[in-house]
Design a protein around this ligand. Sequence first.
Ligand SMILES: [Zn+2]
Ligand SMILES: [Zn+2]
Length: 74
Amino acid sequence: MNPMREPTHTRCAISSCGWCDRDGLDCRFCSGTGWWRPERPHRDASGIIVWLRVDEPCRGCAGTGKEHSPTVAI
Ligand SMILES: [Zn+2]
Ligand SMILES: [Zn+2]
């Protein structure tokens, strides 16, 4: 079972964001899903470190799934 996640936002917090106005450019961090799945270390009851996957809204695109490259001026 692997339900498709929808982007959490259609636009980011910037009111006139040139990246949000674009289409067809998926975020390189989350491949356009708006979510990323980092692994977090967690120490279980016996003291063993295990890695747990967590779902978080993508920070690269503010959950929009659209590429928001900060290195390119608009
Ligand atoms: Zn934006
Ligand atoms: Zn993203």
